[in-house]
Design a protein around this ligand. Structure first.
Ligand SMILES: [Mn+2]
Length: 195
């Protein structure tokens, strides 16, 4: 089982996370931002990752530190759990529809951090979640995992559907990238020999 536990405490946030990449999509998420918690549950369920996460943050400032630090911790946890990445597909992608919305996500866990993000929302807040921070979350995740990540939202009406479709596509892309291919088991998924 590829697992990791991270505890990260700063003057701004206090986050505990345990993740099992080879899980079944069971979760226990304690999030002070309800809609963001709903998205992390969606990520667990659709990625088949077991995630237990307790999030505390200085919401009296705004949600920035809290949401960004969740991206840092999730990225760190996946990096730690993947170890030397032997045998993994390394890359993954998914195109996910949700009613009138469509999300496109692609990921390459190749050690190089880069985010391409193209998604716009009608309202600043979706439920209690500050939609401006979605890009910061994915930037932190890509940087701390060491992954190229593309997040696109070509069309959609409902902000709820748009963000949820992004998390479903993100989860399934990560599932594909983290999964092992038995023909790759003895190999590092790179001509360099190390990623
Ligand atoms: Mn929903």
């Amino acid at each position: 089982m590829r697992t990791a536990k991270i505890k990260r405490k700063t003057n701004e946030t206090d986050i505990s996370l345990s993740v099992n990449i080879d899980g079944s999509g069971t979760y226990g998420i304690e999030s002070p931002v309800g809609f963001f918690g709903h998205m992390l549950e969606t990520f667990s369920k659709h990625g088949l990752f077991d995630i237990s996460m307790t999030i505390k943050g200085d919401l009296e400032t705004d949600q920035h530190h809290t949401i960004e630090d969740c991206g840092i911790v999730l990225g760190e946890a996946f990096k730690k759990a993947l170890g030397d990445k032997r045998g993994i597909n390394r890359a993954g992608y998914f195109v996910y529809p949700m009613d009138e919305a469509l999300a496109v996500v692609a990921v390459d866990i190749g050690g190089r951090p880069y985010l391409q993000y193209d998604a716009e929302f009608k309202r600043r807040f979706c439920g209690d979640f500050d939609t401006d921070l979605l890009e910061d979350f994915f930037q932190a995740f890509a940087t701390n995992l060491g992954a190229n990540l593309v997040v696109r939202m070509p069309y959609g009406r409902s902000d709820h559907h748009k963000i949820e479709a992004i998390f479903k596509a993100f989860a399934r892309s990560m599932n594909m990238a983290c999964s092992k291919d038995k023909r790759r088991i003895k190999e590092m998924p790179t001509t360099k020999g190390v990623i």
